[in-house]
Design a binder for this molecule. Structure first.
Ligand code: NAP
Length: 353
């Protein structure tokens, strides 16, 4: 007899990460969507909301209002795909109701409450839940995630940046104080809410930087890189808006501690770090990652480019912001929390062209 499915809830089904979670959960062998919520669309069937769900059993689900008691009664695990500030209270209620939680927002990512309050401009009301939250980057923290009731799913830019830098920092190959992360994201990274800056005529046929020196993912990247380096560090982090739906490409400029270090040694360090992690792909020398080759997937594609003239190592890291950078990673974390291999239900090739 096959084991009964794990019942999952999804708060925020109408957002972009909620939409992506719906897509991924349909193909999952062990999770069954039990409750989906939206305040605006409660009462509608999922297939009325999303025509791509016609013919799937989940299409008959009726969207509910986000009530913690209803979710806790019907679900073993709940994904919170809601804006920061909206997740913290719900997460605490769901934990009290016996559910496991994966929060896609920033509410539990920053361990220091004061740092959260400074960068996000709101008070953190759930100190107890914050203290038990585990940062959900499966390649780095799988064991802790497997034991966690509450997982803080990483931000999209931090995912690309941390995976790109982890081997170089952990193996002491680069100078931690000299890191520049120059990152570009597709427009879905801003969420589905209407905003003039996301209108078609504002984003297509142009390319611009935004939030320089002030992006909220900065303290998250610094927190995690500092933990890897074993001392506090600051990075230069710049963000740009690409006129595409999905994808992040981070070009990361670092300085080698030993400029004479053979490139093979650097590649070996990366290959060894990710040997047991098939969803991080180190590209062959000379190949560079492209966002289209990770579209809709949980893969993170990494390339290393030595620049002997400047003593720099350039690291390129490409992900899909909605899948690896949000919903796919949330599924991987939920897999671990439920005793499944992290990649369960996540192996698919990119949708190309
Ligand atoms: N987009 C990305 O690439 C990305 C990547 C990584 C992480 N994230 C994070 O993931 C979360 C969701 O992002 P998104 O892009 O999917 O956002 P979004 O498109 O704006 O969707 C937000 C969803 O949350 C619901 N919601 C809003 N306020 C709520 C509240 N107070 N209580 C309950 N539900 C509420 C909305 O539905 P109703 O208003 O109808 O309730 C909607 O379904 C955010 O915290 C975001 O920072 C996003």
């Amino acid at each position: 007899m096959s084991p009964s499915p794990i019942r999952v809830g999804l708060v925020g089904v109408t957002g972009y990460t909620g939409m992506e979670l719906t897509r991924l959960l349909l193909a999952h062998p062990s999770f069954r969507l039990a409750v989906v919520t939206s305040r605006q669309e409660a009462g509608q069937s999922l297939s009325a909301l999303y025509p791509f769900l016609q013919g799937f059993p989940a299409g008959d689900l009726v969207v509910a209002a986000p009530e913690a008691a209803t979710l806790a009664a019907a679900c073993d695990l709940v994904f919170l795909a809601v804006p920061h500030g909206a997740a913290m209270g719900l997460a605490a209620e769901l934990l009290a109701g016996g559910c496991k939680v994966v929060d896609l927002s920033a509410d539990f990512r920053l361990r220091d409450r004061a740092v959260y309050e400074k960068w996000y401009g709101i008070g953190h009301t759930q100190a107890e839940a914050l203290a038990e939250a585990v940062y959900g980057l499966p390649e780095l923290y799988a064991e802790a995630i497997a034991r966690a009731r509450l997982v803080a799913n990483p931000g999209c830019y931090p995912t690309a940046s941390i995976l790109g830098l982890y081997p170089a920092l952990a193996q002491d190959l680069i100078i931690p104080e000299d890191i520049i992360i120059d990152a570009k994201s597709g427009v879905s990274g801003a969420g589905r809410g209407p905003a003039v800056t996301s209108l078609f005529c504002e984003v297509q046929d142009t390319f611009r930087a935004y939030n320089l020196g002030a992006h909220r993912h900065t303290p998250e990247i610094e927190q995690e890189l500092s933990a890897i380096a074993g001392r506090p560090l600051a990075v230069s982090f710049t963000t740009h808006l690409l006129p595409v739906n999905r994808g992040i490409l981070a070009t990361i400029y670092t300085r080698l501690k030993d400029p004479a270090l053979p490139f093979e040694r650097i590649r070996d360090a990366y290959a060894a770090s990710y040997a047991d992690h098939p969803f991080v792909r180190l590209l062959p020398a000379g190949k560079l990652p492209e966002i289209r080759f990770v579209r809709g997937t949980f893969f993170c594609d990494i390339a290393l480019v030595p620049d002997p003239r400047t003593g720099r190592l350039i690291i390129l890291s490409a992900i899909d912001n909605l899948c690896r950078g949000a919903s796919g990673q949330a599924v991987a974390n939920a897999n671990l929390q439920c005793g499944l291999p992290p990649g369960t239900g996540l192996l698919q090739a990119a949708l190309v062209p």
